[in-house]
Design a protein around this ligand. Structure first.
Ligand code: SAM
Length: 338
């Protein structure tokens, strides 16, 4: 500590933040939370079931206790309530699909952040003319299902708030553009029985979407439409939703998607966009800013944006009324009315 009472603690904690992150990612990778969802286990039981060497096992499990994702009572480890809901592979809320992907791919790719900052070029599998990772995911049904299901886990908490906050009672139909498994599509349709819905996504997504919608018993009101939002017209509906879509693309593509949405909507229709919004002042929502750097690592031109940015693009596309509302600490919704 210097004489002003300023310590390096915060800086060091931030600098070594990857330690904590990797402990969580490895725990997800080996299925620790799924195992503990079956019931509390001792150190020896966990080590035997998950093949952990005694040298690191105790520190690993106790670090997870100290980090708040496990609890330990009478020498037995159990999931915290959040880990039980969101990190058990057998539960619907599982967000571990994305964490598994982060562990296998993003963790090593973020090691090249400095190079990305110097070159502006993606650092994933596509680096140096390598294969586009999304081609590999979309060409392998099991990988695709894991990715689409992972999106449901991540987006459902936001979708639940969109279902309550947006004025759905004023509309009769909506289309979820880039719907993935249909997490938001089914949630909103389930909460508002007067609505009919279309999930729009690349044709390979159809079986995963239709299976999910059938599980929810919504197949009479919710259907899938296959196509590309770059080459096909968007479906016609009173409301269009774009969740986690715009940040994948460069500014010209973002504007093109907003213009296409405007064209597809009737007068009075609405476009609902949600993403990890950066605060307008670009000072406080670290998650949105880091998400944008993740787009630097993963895409040729994608970036995240503030509510004010999106409102400006919407107005340029012809939307006559726009609004922004934060939904969670990191995610916000931007609405444009034609
Ligand atoms: C990041 S996910 C967002 C999924 C969902 N809206 C959510 O918020 O969880 C992006 C989605 O866009 C879809 N997508 C990518 N390119 C597309 C295209 N050209 N046309 C239609 N959908 C596309 C992907 O298949 C994927 O489901």
């Amino acid at each position: 500590m210097n004489r002003d009472g300023i310590t390096p603690d915060g800086i060091l904690q931030l600098g070594f933040g990857f330690w904590a992150s990797k402990v969580l990612l490895s725990a997800t990778e080996i299925g620790l939370f799924t195992e503990l969802a079956k019931g509390p286990r001792s150190l020896e039981e966990i080590s035997a079931t998950l093949s952990l060497h005694p040298r690191g096992a105790r520190d690993f499990l106790d670090a997870l206790v100290a980090l708040g994702v496990l609890v330990r009572q009478d020498g037995r480890y159990a999931n915290s309530p959040a880990a039980d809901l969101y990190l058990d592979r057998n539960k619907e809320g599982y967000v571990g699909g994305l964490l598994e992907m982060a562990n296998a791919r993003l963790y090593p790719f973020w090691g090249n952040l400095t190079e990305a900052l110097r070159t502006g070029a993606p650092q994933n599998e596509s680096k140096g003319g390598g294969e586009d990772p999304f081609k590999a995911i979309y060409g392998t049904p099991e990988l695709l299902k894991g990715f689409l299901k992972g999106m449901t886990g991540v987006s459902l908490p936001v979708a639940a708030i969109v279902a309550e906050r947006f004025g759905w009672r004023d509309y009769r139909s909506f289309a979820d553009i880039g719907c993935a498994q249909g997490g938001l599509t089914a949630y909103v349709a389930g909460r508002h029985p007067h609505l009919s819905a279309i999930g729009f996504d690349l044709p390979q997504v159809r079986p995963v979407f239709e299976e999910y919608v059938k599980e929810k018993g919504l197949q009479d009101r919710v259907r899938f439409e296959g196509g590309s939002f770059f080459t096909d017209p968007l479906p016609r509906a009173d409301v269009l939703v774009m969740g986690h879509i715009l940040h994948d693309w460069d500014l010209e593509q973002k504007r093109m998607l907003l213009a296409k949405a405007h064209e597809a909507l009737p007068v009075g229709g609405a476009l609902v966009v949600y993403d990890a919004l950066i605060d307008d002042d670009r000072k406080t929502n670290a998650f949105g800013l880091l998400m944008s750097l993740n787009m630097l690592i993963e895409t040729p031109g994608g970036f995240d944006y503030s509510g004010a940015d999106c409102q400006g693009w919407m107005r340029d596309a012809g939307f006559r009324y726009t609004s922004v509302e934060m939904l969670t600490a990191s995610h916000g919704m931007v609405v444009g009315v034609k």
